[in-house]
Write a protein that binds this ligand. Structure first.
Ligand code: 8OZ
Length: 371
């Protein structure tokens, strides 16, 4: 029987096991440049089969939070190069999550303090994280303006350029952030997309942006190094879709021919309940639609998994399981799961912003034994 600890593949990537570090925003990259501390953090976690970085902005327009990293300037690429080298030296594999926040931003973070951009000029009932007097504060997002149709190819190209920059920075691949109410998800869902051009209205039109971005990235770096993250029903960041089943079945059929390394699905509410009575969704049907359309690569599941649930998921056919909060506090999560060792508890107060405390100082079992 396949276990969590068996080697696996995701497209071109050979993975030592089926345990993935989920993307986690930590707000420790001033000026959008990951410092050495970030390299230490990811290298500590390199025993994961795959590390997915925190969401990383493809442009300044794509930024929505204080001190999140970018991948659009030479200093940012150089900062990430330190990270990929440290992870590879520790024997790990790492992909970068490519991010445009769309309307989940604040004018303070935008070029020229302009309004954030979105499919439609509909404000999100959502907050972002800014720093005030050195402290993380949660602040309402700013009202967005609707993108002109003619601007959209430029944003697709921004994604492509970020993917090329990712390879230059030494990443093993990229994950397209298509989840959690950010720009791609805003295009997908009716609650944030009321456009009347070729990017709005029908399911085909609302999925067009996601598919154009994915095709552009696959064309530049290859499908075998490209993954995508989706969240069909999450309410995160005010995401809302009346009829997610046919929408995501269409997305799955559109992605299937692209030869992706993996599809990463957040089940339920991001970081919250896995089952939402008011938003039912059949994840097995989504996977079946993807496979039936010829979709290859790994199927990665996420949200609130513990070891027993993850083993069950693998037994049920999932290829990879992504762990988020457990990875904040347990750099050696693979070993702890294998040995059924107790897990350290993450400290919420240090999730967003700060330095080494609550970031690189969670002990491994080895550290604990030596102390
Ligand atoms: C938590 C805080 C800020 C951003 C996501 C990128 O939900 C995020 C995020 C999470 O995908």
């Amino acid at each position: 029987m396949t276990t969590l600890f068996d080697p696996s593949t995701a497209g071109d990537l050979q993975l030592a096991n089926r345990i993935v570090m989920a993307p986690l925003t930590r707000n420790r990259s001033p000026d959008a440049v990951p410092p050495e501390l970030v390299a230490t953090y990811y290298a500590q976690r390199a025993s994961a089969g795959l590390l997915i970085t925190e969401a990383t902005a493809i442009t300044q327009q794509g930024q929505g939070y204080a001190d999140v990293p970018g991948l659009y300037a030479p200093a940012q690429i150089a900062g990430w190069k330190r990270v990929t080298e440290a992870v590879h030296a520790a024997g790990g594999r790492i992909v970068v999550q490519l991010w445009h926040v769309g309307r989940i931003s604040h004018t303070d973070l935008q070029p020229g303090n302009a309004a954030p951009v979105a499919p439609s000029a509909i404000p999100a009932k959502a907050k972002t994280v800014l720093f005030r007097d050195g402290k993380a504060v949660f602040i309402e997002t700013s009202a967005p303006r609707a993108l002109e149709t003619a601007e959209i190819p430029g944003i697709v190209d921004d994604y492509r350029r970020a993917a090329v920059a990712a390879i230059e920075a030494g990443f093993d691949g990229v994950e397209i952030h298509g989840a959690n109410g950010y720009l791609i998800d805003q295009f997908l869902k009716t609650g944030s997309n009321q456009r009347t051009d070729m990017y709005g209205g029908s399911i085909e039109n609302r999925a067009r942006f996601l598919l154009e971005v994915t095709q552009a990235i696959v064309g530049a770096i290859g499908g075998g190094r490209t993954g995508i993250r989706l969240s069909p029903v999450t309410p995160a960041n005010d995401a809302a879709e009346e009829d997610p089943a046919p929408l995501f079945a269409h997305v799955a059929r559109g992605l299937a021919p692209l030869g992706l390394a993996y599809v990463h699905v957040i089940e339920g509410s991001t970081g919250g309940p896995r089952v939402l009575p008011e938003r039912p969704f059949d994840y097995a049907a989504l996977k079946a639609a993807y496979r039936a359309a010829g979709g290859r690569g790994a199927w990665m599941v996420n949200n609130g998994y513990d070891k027993a649930m993850a083993e069950q998921a693998v037994a049920d056919g999932a290829d990879l399981v992504a762990f988020g909060r457990p990875y904040i506090a347990n750099p050696d999560l693979v070993r702890r799961l294998r040995e059924n060792a107790p897990l350290n508890t993450p400290d919420r107060a240090t999730f967003y912003g700060g330095g080494a405390a609550g970031y690189t100082d969670y002990p491994s079992l080895e550290d604990a034994a030596a102390a």
